[in-house]
Design a protein around this ligand. Structure first.
Ligand code: MGD
Ligand code: MGD
Ligand code: SF4
Ligand code: MO
Length: 691
């Protein structure tokens, strides 16, 4: 007998509504739900892989405890007791000796959000790390300094804008980031149909750039210079048209004076006339928006980029205005709740032990993790809890981190796979996966172009031997804090908390169950001034911390740049590092290739298909070369998340398509000094034919 279930795909930020058909405990189809108010039937090829993950024989379903050189399966009580005892022993004398790293899928997981985050904070360790410092921290810091709250992340109003300037993002492949807007292909096509323009600034002619009206090749890591020039032209040509209360306008004017477009053009590669034309067009368009994502946040000047993008939007009257950069209003709004408990943002309240790197948003930057484990002395990290993260492949200089992990006294991983990271653990606690658990989208709703309240029950009942992330995290938390009492402490399921949170918007779980496609709560609308959290009710255009970073940017103007820079690349059928064990996602031509411009291929004596040695300060990888004009001269591109050849993992399909890990050659000393965010893009490299 076949049954049909409504759910949401939680693999990426788009959070598409899906219809899953099941026969005999097997998924027979995953389709887009045409009645989902936001995704309206859209799906990308990854959604069907939800079925592969569910059925994957390599996926762990019972805990593993390290035993000699191998593993033994254990029951949950034993595994949780063992894990908690190990964690307790590590933090007995020094709370900071226990580090936590939590990764990306945790943000798409109701149980991990509700039970993980409070647990990590309750551990009161300074050594709290996450994927944020390889991702959106610069956006958060800019939001905090400019709007008074790190959770107020601007979302481009893509459905109403007439000029979409997309810098360092490839939404046609990533499906949008800090932009929950499924089906970007149709949305961008609609923009052009209504006479609007799409302008893309990217060192690679991406899938999005190929659909744009204008694509500008920009040299990696120089966007902040271009943005400073844009701001300067706005002032110089009297194009400022602010519509919201702004402060520090004159300070900003003075700060960007030295970044004239004629001066930055030779460094960015964008001619001064183009910068001027873009500034005029932004100012003249009634509805326009500048949007930047990973390409601008995970680079040397990530903080400056995020700041200046918002400054441009504000100065041209496109902040909190239809068609501009706006703010979502989710059914469960965690922004005021966080403000209520004083969590609007922070930096520098403490520092990392070894390099003295400042905390941002309560976390230390991931570029500090390996050295905190490897450097001897008081305060050394001796234990690690990883939850939904694979820093061995995802974090800069991952191989160095891996080399440090055996030096830990104890490591626990909450993860469904025995992979490059979890193979170092003492205990692996495998949770259920997406189709086995209920979902309510708490996090992405804060960056969605339409607010939708949707609850989906699990498609499959979890096996009696399985546990959800929330059960595992609550099980660990109670054992770490309450010791022997643990088993007897009742913990409410996430549904109880969601129901409570929903009631503040006169919604309830019951009501949501009656509307299984989701309840549409409307699109983006102006939110200022009541949603501003600055003390004076204005947008701060020139926060001191950002001004203080400008000398570093000025130095970039004068620096002799390396002649070959590495950038990353996301591909439609990848999801960072962890979905390569799905046959349908990895089949076809090997995708872990290095894109090289023909002029560079000639210069380094390389031909298409040949293997090359790509070297950085930290290491080298051997990669097949793809010669193409889609990257700019002086830039090479390699996707991240590959490198599945490590011994001792259990992902048989991924191993057959191993590729190499880009993060084997990235560098923990290359980061944005303002925000601590890893600079994963714009890394100086060299290239030569391999043997
Ligand atoms: N060079 C380079 N590096 C990058 C990036 C880049 O662009 N270039 N991008 C960065 C970005 S933006 C990010 S977000 C990070 C991601 O960094 P991470 O989050 O560390 O890495 P992922 O590859 O997403 O690994 C996710 C892990 O979670 C596990 N997992 C999957 N589902 C679940 C679940 O439901 N519960 C639990 N407990 N575990 C689960 C998977 O098995 C896997 O081990 O990578 C960063 N690294
Ligand atoms: N298919 C797929 N979708 C994903 C993911 C995935 O791994 N695969 N990961 C998810 C995650 S965790 C995230 S955070 C989002 C990211 O979402 P996006 O940011 O949209 O994704 P990317 O494809 O990394 O886009 C970054 C772009 O920046 C460009 N770039 C690199 N360096 C520079 C630079 O210095 N300046 C400029 N202007 N551009 C630069 C790159 O060429 C690339 O096109 O995607 C999410 N969606
Ligand atoms: S775009 Fe693809 S991966 Fe992302 S939520 Fe939608 S179906 Fe899932
Ligand atoms: Mo990310």
């Amino acid at each position: 007998m076949s049954t049909t279930h409504l759910h949401s795909c939680t693999l990426c930020e788009a959070t598409c509504g899906i219809t899953v058909t099941v026969e005999d405990e097997r998924v027979t189809g995953v389709r887009g739900d045409p009645e989902d108010p936001r995704s309206r039937g859209y799906l990308c090829p990854k959604a069907t892989a939800l079925a592969d993950i569910h059925a994957d024989p390599d996926r762990l379903r019972t805990p593993l405890i390290r035993s000699g050189d191998g593993w033994r399966e254990a029951g949950w009580t034993e595994a949780l007791d063992h894990a908690a005892a190990g964690l307790r022993a590590v933090r007995r004398e020094d709370r900071d000796a226990l580090a936590v790293y939590h990764g990306n899928p945790g943000a798409h997981n109701l149980g991990a959000v509700l039970y993980g985050l409070p647990f990590y904070h309750a551990l009161r360790t300074r050594n709290l790390y996450s994927a944020s410092s390889m991702d959106q921290l610069p956006h958060m810091l800019a939001a905090w300094r400019m709007f008074g709250h790190q959770g107020l992340l601007p979302v481009p109003d893509v459905d109403r804008t007439e000029l979409f300037v997309c810098i360092g993002a490839n939404p046609l492949v990533s499906n949008g980031s800090i932009l929950t807007a499924p089906n970007m292909r149709d949305r961008l096509a609609a923009l052009r149909r209504r006479g609007g323009r799409l302008v893309v600034l990217d060192p690679r002619r991406t899938e999005t750039a190929a659909k744009a009206d204008e694509h500008l090749f920009i040299r990696p890591g120089t966007d902040a210079l271009l943005l400073a020039s844009l701001v300067r032209v706005l002032f110089e040509e009297n194009l400022v048209r602010a519509s919201k209360p702004l402060s520090q306008v004159d300070v900003l004017r003075a700060a960007v004076r030295e970044f004239g477009p004629e001066r930055t053009a030779p460094v960015t590669g964008i001619p001064a006339a183009t910068v001027r034309a873009l500034a005029r067009e932004l100012a003249a368009s009634p509805r326009a928006v500048v949007y930047g994502r990973i390409g601008v946040s995970t680079q040397e000047f990530g903080g400056a980029c995020s700041w200046l993008i918002t400054a441009v939007n504000a100065l041209t009257g496109h902040l909190d205005e239809p068609g501009g950069a706006m703010f979502a209003l989710p059914a469960v709004d965690l922004v005021p709740s966080a403000a209520l408990i004083g969590q609007t943002g922070s930096t520098g309240t403490f520092r990392s032990r070894v390099r003295g790197l400042p905390e941002v948003a309560g976390e230390l930057p991931v570029v500090a993790l390996a050295e905190e484990i490897a450097t001897p002395g008081p305060g050394r990290v001796r234990g690690l809890l990883t939850v939904a993260g694979n820093p061995a492949l995802s974090s800069p200089d991952g191989s160095r981190l891996e080399a440090a992990l055996p030096g830990l006294d104890f490591m626990v991983s909450v993860d469904p796979y025995l992979n490059e990271t979890t193979r170092h653990a003492n205990v692996i606690l495998p949770p259920t996966v997406a189709l086995e658990r209920a979902h309510y989208e708490l996090v992405m709703e804060h960056v969605a172009v339409r607010a939708v309240a949707k609850y989906s029950p699990a498609v499959f009942r979890r096996g009696p031997e399985q546990r959800h992330d929330w059960e595992i995290l609550a099980g660990l938390a109670t054992r770490v804090f309450a010791g022997r009492l643990a088993g007897r402490l009742p913990v409410p399921p996430p549904e109880v908390l969601v129901d409570l949170l929903l009631r503040r918007r006169r919604l309830s779980l019951r009501k949501l169950r009656a509307h299984p496609h989701g309840i549409d709560l409307g699109g983006l609308a102006p939110r200022f001034p009541h949603r501003l959290y600055t003390a004076d009710g204005t947008v701060h255009l020139a926060p001191q911390a950002f001004l203080a970073d400008l000398p570093r940017l000025r130095e970039r103007l004068e620096r002799e740049a390396a002649d070959l820079l590495l950038i990353g690349r996301r591909q439609l059928r990848d999801n960072n590092s962890w979905m390569h064990n799905s046959r349908r996602l990895v089949k076809g031509r090997p995708r872990c290739t290095l894109l090289v411009h023909p002029s560079d291929a000639r210069r380094f004596g390389l031909a298409d298909g040949q293997r090359a040695r790509l070297r950085s300060r930290t290491g080298a990888v051997l990669v097949p070369v793809e010669v193409t004009e889609s990257v700019m001269p002086g830039v090479v591109s390699l996707p991240h998340g590959w490198g599945h050849h490590r011994a001792g993992t259990r992902m048989r399909i991924a191993e057959e398509h191993a590729g190499v890990s880009l993060n084997d050659i990235t560098d923990t000393t290359f980061y944005d000094e303002l925000t601590g965010t890893a600079a994963l893009s714009g890394l100086p490299v060299s290239l030569e034919p391999a043997g």
